[in-house]
Design a protein around this ligand. Sequence first.
Ligand SMILES: [Zn+2]
Length: 312
Amino acid sequence: MKKDQVVFGIDIGGTNSKMGLFDLEGNLLKSHHRPTNKNIDPDNFIAELAQDCNEMLKSTLNIQLGDPRVLGVGAGAPMANTVTGMVGYAPNLGWHNVPLKYLFEKHFKTKAAIENDAHLAAVGENRWGAGKELKHFVLITLGTGVGSGLILNKKLHVGFQGLGGEGGHVLIAHTKERQCSCGGMNHIESYLSAQGIKQTIQEMIGEAWSIEKLGQEFKAGHSKATEVIHTIAGELARGLVSIAVVVGPEAFIIGGGVSNLGEPFNKIVLEKFDELVHFSLRGRVKIIQASLSSDKGAIYGGAAYILDEVLH
Ligand SMILES: [Zn+2]
């Protein structure tokens, strides 16, 4: 392992795309972002990302793409499938059958691996974050959608044809009916996505609060805000109970933009989880906060993911 070797971690989101240049110890040397341009061909868009990354290389190490010191690029994108190297259909990007791994290898002139963003965030926490000391955990990202990544025996588990680990679409028992973005009913994502939480705030408080405001009012002891927090914590806990009895994790790690509700929220989720979970797991599963920053988790994960591939 040479000191000046680097990898890129990239996260293509529905709105923004983030890029990070990392050394092999996981130090972020430089980062950059640009709006995800959905109006151009994915081939041209990846070429734009490569240009940005080339600038980062020049300014940081005075080298360019194609230099052997660049060991690879790990990239996350919605619906990215690590097994096929393709993005089959990503409604948020308007992409159909995009050979994403091939495009990264072509424009970055190095080895590439792709995965979905929540899976990558789990890989990042596993290598450098809150999951470093854990062997089995499930990362849950609460953001625009609800994603998950399963780390079993220190390895990402993606299941048959890379289609597993979609914990956001676990069914939860509920007295209400609410559609999920996927078309299904009463999935965790129906209630815990940013939109789902805002809908619950509207239904229970009758006002259009942001999630930040919900967090502030909850900390200030506002009774309605506390009720909303207990409601959504209960919804998440019911989903986690179903995941836990199958997986048997040491911990759930909560990340994503909505995770700034933080430890007080996680504590309530854990109380409700322990009320409902099978007795064999009661008191044994932790719920902890992701430690890589919520907006950069997937680029750390991308870097960790490609490092696993090139170093092993
Ligand atoms: Zn769903």
